[in-house]
Ligand binder design. Structure first.
Ligand code: GDD
Ligand code: MG
Length: 366
């Protein structure tokens, strides 16, 4: 079974995490985000994956390689310029099988693709979209269905007065290659706005999925995904490594302070005496948490250092960042790669600092 993963968006809403790394390979808990997607696909019989890259494509290739680590064949296509979701699949057309799966590359999910494919076969559809319920459909593609499961309307990013169902497009499709004939080649086109509405009454079906589903495209949702993985709310292999206290501690990590599970501590990470890690946190490989520091509900990526008595609440710290003594980082703060904060800085209210920014001692009390 073949799958095409769209991974060419710039990930602007996840900046500065995506300033230096393409969104698909931004680390989530303990692996590149898209690895969760590959493992899920593998579990549903997918062994051939084409990744449609745009922005920082070589970065994706360098991290994922030829797919042997995931038990599948991985190939990459790179558009000369971003062609949109429809343009991207059209650009990859020559590599595609007659029937294939197409996935938005920014979704963490464990929905049952096998059941979706079975429904697709049963109905004789040309395209079957997985549908999931969300609280506010306005940021998604709203899908209305007939009694037989066929789609009666597809509305991308509906306005408030158009919302009369909470079922939206999950970004997981079973497609027949022949539907691509309706898309122009080499042009920027949206599959959601230009193809799906045209396939209404022409073989477009919706499959109502149950299970976990989250578009991880913002820092808030990235943290939510982290918590859900650590809680085991979504099926992944991360929790396989848990001890009785729901702690996954990699080789060579040194825990002198207290780490409350569920939590994950990467290889060679070090939590000093008197430090505290709580609230479903992740410490990447080589991270250091100094004495008296408190990391709560936060993700601290590879090699970052949390200084003595610093306090982090629900924030994301990029790789190699250095946080000075007694700094306080509040909810939603995101530090890019190698940001350096001198002692006694206070950041709150979703502040984001670009990679390599350096602040002297006491520069910000926000
Ligand atoms: N190759 C390539 N080229 N990929 C692209 C391009 C492009 O020009 N533009 C977007 N993508 C990829 C993104 O990287 C992402 O993985 C996927 O296509 C969807 O694009 P988003 O920009 O994340 O779209 P969205 O989240 O606003 O809406 C889409 O996803 C929702 C579910 O999360 C739509 O498919 C909605 O209908 C859907 O509900
Ligand atoms: Mg998205």
């Amino acid at each position: 079974m073949q799958a095409l993963i769209l991974a060419g968006g710039e990930g602007t809403r996840l900046r500065p995490l995506t300033s230096t790394v393409p969104k698909p390979v931004v680390p989530l808990v303990d692996r590149p985000f898209i690895a969760f997607m590959l493992e899920w696909l593998r579990g549903h019989g997918v062994d051939d994956v084409v990744i449609s890259c745009g922005f920082l494509a070589s970065g994706v290739h360098n991290v994922l390689g030829d797919g042997s680590a995931y038990g599948m064949r991985l190939r990459y296509v790179e558009e000369p310029r971003p062609l949109g979701t429809g343009g991207a699949v059209k650009f990859a057309e020559d590599l595609l099988d007659e029937r294939f799966l197409m996935l938005n590359g920014d979704v963490l999910t464990d929905i049952d693709l096998t059941a979706q494919i079975a429904q697709h076969e049963r109905t004789g559809a040309r395209a079957t979209l997985a549908l999931v319920p969300v609280e506010d459909p306005s940021a998604y593609g709203l899908v209305r269905r007939n009694g037989d499961g066929s789609v009666s309307e597809f509305l991308e990013k509906p306005s408030p007065d158009q919302i009369d169902t909470n079922l939206v497009n999950a970004g997981a499709y079973v497609l027949h290659r022949d539907v691509l004939a309706q898309l122009p080649a080499g042009q920027h086109v949206s599959i959601e706005r230009e193809l799906f509405p045209r396939l209404v009454d022409d073989g477009l079906y919706g499959y109502e999925a149950s299970g976990y589903w989250l578009d991880i495209g913002t820092p808030e949702r990235y943290l939510q995904a982290t918590y859900d993985i650590l809680d085991g709310a979504v099926e992944t292999h991360v929790t396989d490594a848990y001890d009785a206290a729901h702690l996954a501690v990699a080789d060579g990590a040194e825990l002198h302070g207290r780490v409350v599970g569920p939590a994950l501590v990467g290889a060679r990470a070090r939590v000093a005496d008197g430090a505290l890690v709580t609230g479903r946190s992740v410490l990447g490989p080589g991270v250091e948490v100094a004495e008296g520091a408190h990391v709560d509900g936060s993700v601290v990526l590879d090699g970052a250092v949390v200084g003595p008595h610093a306090h982090l609440t629900q924030c994301i710290v990029g790789p190699g960042a250095r946080i000075g003594a007694r700094c306080r980082l509040g909810e939603g703060v995101v530090l890019g790669e190698c940001v350096t904060l001198g002692a006694d800085n206070q950041l709150a209210a979703g502040a984001r600092l670009s990679p390599n920014v350096s602040l002297p001692d006491g520069a910000i009390k926000f």
